[in-house]
Design a protein around this ligand. Structure first.
Ligand code: ADP
Length: 263
């Protein structure tokens, strides 16, 4: 279901001979729209916290206030400042990923210790509100350590953020066929089918308010997608509203896997 938009240009030299010039605008136009949307969305995302900060600043500059009120307002400003910082960091990370043409350097990345670290962070974020389990084999990947870590972290952070208290999150890292896959499954809020294909778009969110409360930048899954692409992997999403979601990072090129797996 691709729409091809062809520009027809009628050039008439005289009354008898006409030449029709066609330009396929599809790809160029798409890129342009994407770029415009990204800038528009990013500006909007940055404007909201900036408005809050400026509002408090103007108020503070024009009014006397007691110590407690001042402290409370400073905290709110700090929160918005951090939000802007997360946003800019994610935007830079994404832009960098997109501009890299070559494959990531083929360092050997030890996934198991990485997962232990990420799971510890997820438990800290959850503060005991979820049961988080890890079932992982000693499989290594060739690729870029930091990119993989940021992708895996995003998947786990989302599972914590979109799963109500008392829920459980299961992480697995194992061989699948000749490849390997990281599975992050939660029994959280889930996602309706019509959203699934759009989740990795920049700033696409199912529920804007929820994403804001949970401190999401809206760029997490876009980053995941790009990292996986660069590692010749892909993202698989299965979800049912009210039941939960499974996000799988699948690496299906066996040459990327080094290891020492004991099955
Ligand atoms: P955000 O920063 O908003 O979380 P992401 O790109 O990481 O942005 O995710 C995009 C959207 O996908 C989220 O806003 C949320 O609606 C949905 N989503 C991601 N992970 C999950 C999950 N584990 N369960 C339910 N919804 C999810």
């Amino acid at each position: 279901h691709h729409h091809r938009k062809i520009q027809l240009q009628l050039i008439s030299f005289d009354n008898r001979r006409q030449i029709i010039v066609t330009h396929d605008l599809t790809q160029a136009e798409k890129n342009d729209t994407l770029r415009r949307d990204f800038i528009a969305n990013a500006s909007h995302e940055l404007r909201t916290p900036l408005t809050v900060i400026n509002g408090f600043l103007e108020h503070a500059l024009s009014t006397e206030m007691d110590h407690k009120t001042r402290q409370r307002q400073l905290n709110l400003m700090a929160e918005q400042g951090q939000r802007m910082q997360r946003l800019v960091a994610d935007m830079l990370a994404l832009t960098r990923l997109e501009s890299l043409v070559q494959q990531p350097s083929a360092e050997t990345v030890r996934i198991l210790p990485m997962l232990h670290r990420i799971v510890d962070q997820a438990r800290a974020l959850s503060e005991g509100r979820h049961l988080i389990t890890l079932d992982a084999q000693a499989i290594d990947l060739k690729g870029n350590h930091d990119e993989l870590e940021s992708a895996f972290t995003n998947l786990l952070t989302n599972a914590v953020r979109y799963t109500p208290d008392g829920g459980s999150i299961q992480i697995s890292w194992k061989m699948v066929g000749e490849g390997a896959a990281l599975g992050v499954c939660d029994d959280g809020i889930g996602i309706a089918a019509e959203h699934l294909s759009r989740l990795t778009e920049r700033f696409y969110r199912v529920d804007k308010t929820r994403s804001r409360i949970t401190q999401g930048t809206g760029l997490g899954l876009a980053i995941v997608k790009h990292v996986l692409l660069r590692h010749r992997g892909h993202l698989l999403i299965e979800s049912a509203p009210g039941k939960g979601s499974c996000f799988s990072a699948v690496f299906d090129r066996p040459q990327l896997i080094l290891s020492d797996v004991k099955m």
